[in-house]
Design a protein around this ligand. Sequence first.
Ligand SMILES: Cc1cc2nc3c(=O)[nH]c(=O)nc-3n(C[C@H](O)[C@H](O)[C@H](O)COP(=O)(O)O)c2cc1C
Length: 190
Amino acid sequence: MNKIGIFFGTDTGTTRLIAKKMAKKLGDCCDKPLNVNRVSVADVLKYEALILGTPTYGHGLLPGKSTDIEAGSWEEFLPQLAAADLSGKRIALYGLGDQDKYADYFVDALFDLHSALHHAGAQLLGQWSTEGYTFKHSKALKDDHFLGLALDQTNQALLTDTRIDTWLDMIKAPLLDLSRLKHRSEKQRD
Ligand SMILES: Cc1cc2nc3c(=O)[nH]c(=O)nc-3n(C[C@H](O)[C@H](O)[C@H](O)COP(=O)(O)O)c2cc1C
């Protein structure tokens, strides 16, 4: 399916709100965002292009039963998803966190998503510069970049819209693999 699937985990709803914002900005090329606590692995595997979002809880953890989310979340769903063959999937991640109160664990959960999905064969896109953030430590860093878009609605809510716009502009074409599709349709015309 050449659409983007958006899936998220959440406790207090902020990561859902961001998912909806992204869906609105992306328009026709994506489907309605869904909470990972109410989908099956097959629902996710329908898509070749995915945006996956998570908050960080409990000092650096994925949300789930260990962090008191009764209905479960990424902690429970990620092992199921990562047991699938994700080769050929293009995935961009975003993470919610609080760089002030949790300065030693800022958006750490992005690391867990990234490493599990990478090991399952997915191609991860959408690394994001750390410029403009103030925190002490994050597991979710590679070469001075976050492993996905980092958002902080507690301390930097005013920056969120611009960050999302810039990030979506950056990832949309590679996520949908538009250059390959263009190449294919040019070949078909020849
Ligand atoms: C108990 C608790 C623990 C948290 N732990 C972290 C953390 O370790 N790292 C971080 O960056 N943010 C942490 N946060 C901040 C949340 O990730 C942030 O508020 C996020 O926007 C919540 O998303 P949600 O509304 O989708 O659940 C924590 C928040 C709470 C209430």
